[in-house]
Write a protein that binds this ligand. Structure first.
Ligand SMILES: Cc1cc2nc3c(=O)[nH]c(=O)nc-3n(C[C@H](O)[C@H](O)[C@H](O)COP(=O)(O)O)c2cc1C
Length: 184
């Protein structure tokens, strides 16, 4: 692959929200390819802290049922309904989880960093596969963790919504290198 291609992928990847997705189905083998890229992310001491639950097709109803169990006194029905609406508009939703190393061999932030790198691999892979996607980290994720039966050593780091989308090249909002880099 050329440097230009890699630059283009990285610089054009964008957050695409579920209202922008089309209804075209994403084949399961593409989802698996994308997840394979996820698990090739770097990991300190090979703890490989990433874990994904995949909700697609009928199992999207399972995710909705879990979210509906959330205490309405803690989270408003408006927030819960908005989440369910996003699930319905998406082809696939990944529940992004971090499994903490049992022996605490690395600090937690390094495990979160490794999972985040896996998510970036997913995000870039979505871009080249004509999939729109976004990482959502609502506060209800802790309640989700409870009701979805995540292990004690697992944490929810949010949800990754995916749906078919043809990407356009539009300018990206970023401050320039001048304010972010200092050559010493
Ligand atoms: C760790 C993380 C958590 C995020 N959580 C949310 C979220 O809860 N809701 C949301 O709308 N966007 C969320 N985003 C997406 C950002 O809003 C988005 O990446 C940012 O606006 C930059 O746009 P871009 O992805 O198109 O470059 C999250 C991004 C990251 C990296």
């Amino acid at each position: 692959m050329s440097t230009e291609s890699l630059n283009k992928i990285i610089r054009n990847r964008k957050t695409i929200y579920p209202t922008q997705f089309s209804e075209k189905e994403i084949p399961e083998n593409i989802i698996n390819e994308i997840l394979e890229n996820a698990i090739h992310a770097p990991t300190h001491r090979m703890t490989q802290p990433w874990f994904f639950r995949v909700y697609k097709g009928k199992s999207k109803d399972v995710l909705c049922q879990i979210i509906e169990k959330i205490d309405k006194e803690k989270y408003s029905s408006i927030k819960i309904n908005k989440f369910i609406e996003k699930v319905k508009l998406s082809d696939t939703i990944l529940s992004v989880c971090m499994t903490r190393d049992k022996n605490d061999r690395v600090p937690e932030w390094e495990e979160i960093a490794a999972v985040s790198m896996a998510v970036q691999n997913i995000w870039l892979s979505c871009y080249v596969n004509n999939i729109g996607s976004y990482w959502s980290t609502p506060s209800l994720k802790e309640e989700y963790a409870k009701h979805a039966g995540l292990n004690k050593n697992q944490k929810s780091l949010g949800f990754f919504f995916m749906g078919s989308y043809v990407h356009h090249e539009t300018p990206k909002l970023r401050e320039g290198l001048d304010s972010k880099v200092k050559w010493v």
